[in-house]
Design a binder for this molecule. Sequence first.
Ligand SMILES: Nc1ncnc2c1ncn2[C@@H]1O[C@H](COP(=O)(O)OP(=O)(O)OP(=O)(O)O)[C@@H](O)[C@H]1O
Ligand SMILES: [Mg+2]
Length: 451
Amino acid sequence: MRFGIKSRTFFSYIALLLIFIFLMVLYDNNIISVYAAVVTAIISTLLIIYITLERLVKPLEEITQTAYEMAGGILKKEIMVQANDEIDELATSINFMAQQLRQNMIMMGEERNRAKAILDSMGEGVIALDSESRVIMINPALEKRFKISRKNSLGKKVIEVIRNYELDKLLRQVLHNKEPLSREITIVTPKPTVFKVHATALITNASTPAGVVALMRDITERRQLDKMRTDFVANVSHELRTPLTSINGFLETLLDGAMDEPETSKYFLGIMKKETDRLNRLIDDLLKLSQLENNKTKLEKRPVDISQVINQVKEMFTYQAEAKSIKLTAKVMENIPCVMGERELLVQVLVNLVDNAIKYTPEEGSVAISAVVHQSKVKVSVNDTGFGIPAESLPRLFERFYRVDKARSREVGGTGLGLAIVKHVIELHEGKVEVDSSPKGTEFTFSLPMG
Ligand SMILES: Nc1ncnc2c1ncn2[C@@H]1O[C@H](COP(=O)(O)OP(=O)(O)OP(=O)(O)O)[C@@H](O)[C@H]1O
Ligand SMILES: [Mg+2]
């Protein structure tokens, strides 16, 4: 049987009343004196008050104490009251509320950890600001990219953390208009880096935005590739148009009457033949480059005897070297090991290097091909006594269509693709190509892993 506070208080009053009646009966019958009756009445009243308060106030005190602790974050504690009344119910519901809170907090903690793990593993930079443009969060990618620390950045104005006015302006704009915005911004990090910034306002229930969050993706490489692609198309068009314009010009002159002069005709046709050869070579080289780019994974490597390749290329250029009185020599280390690769591609590499060496070396000079083993690699070098390459041109030498002296290179039929092919082939063979040059001559060296 369960009694509530109300019924227990009621019973206490009834008990008190019965005691009073009993005392009055005792007094009426002269069994006890008036003093004894009054004293007994006072004692029993105090006793009943004490018992009632003890049963009511003590559990309430305990509940209040535990509720305070729960409010302070100690949710593990439980109220242990066995009163079998409304206080018991109150304690049970507070315990249930604490349990629910505990579960909600665990869920929120998990949610927060998940969000943190996502932010930490993101390659893109993320920055969040409060309504006053102060940093409230940055992720590790952003820390790394801008070489800043989270600890030192929190609470600072964004402009003090990332010194870029365009970014600051964009974030303020989003904060003010509450509309998401995307923009490409170049920021010095210390290298100029192009970022695609996507900023969105952090909206809460309040009418003013709570802040702004921005996602910053580095698109420098993509922009560079776009530029390379447009440059490449422009270069190809230019390279194709130059010989075609020249051929067209000579054809028109021939049609205009020069055809009747056999000597002039022969001279013009000779030039046209040279230009046509150039066009052919250019298209061949472009095809070779695109094949190399497409066949990145399909290289069929076999052991290649590099001394045979060197001898074959040396023979191919004997006539060309003699025509310029250039001394062409080859020196290969004895028992040189094979390299793993595609023979035809390696022949092409050496052809391009020896062709350059002979082309860009004045008459009476010399070109030497050599091969040695160095640090477990087969190193092949082509040395010439030409006029060399200026130091400022060396970093761009292997770019497609790059020529140090366009006029001179074109004169000797160059299209600027030879070294781009060399670099591609050597890299496909997991090798390295280097150049060392002075006004007295140039040395190109490529090294390949031994087979
Ligand atoms: N041995 C060398 N000595 C001096 N300059 C060189 C030498 N090799 C290359 N160069 C310079 O590097 C440029 C690029 O060479 P690359 O072989 O790529 O093109 P090219 O010789 O002009 O044309 P291609 O080889 O496509 O017919 C040349 O135009 C030339 O200016
Ligand atoms: Mg060349």
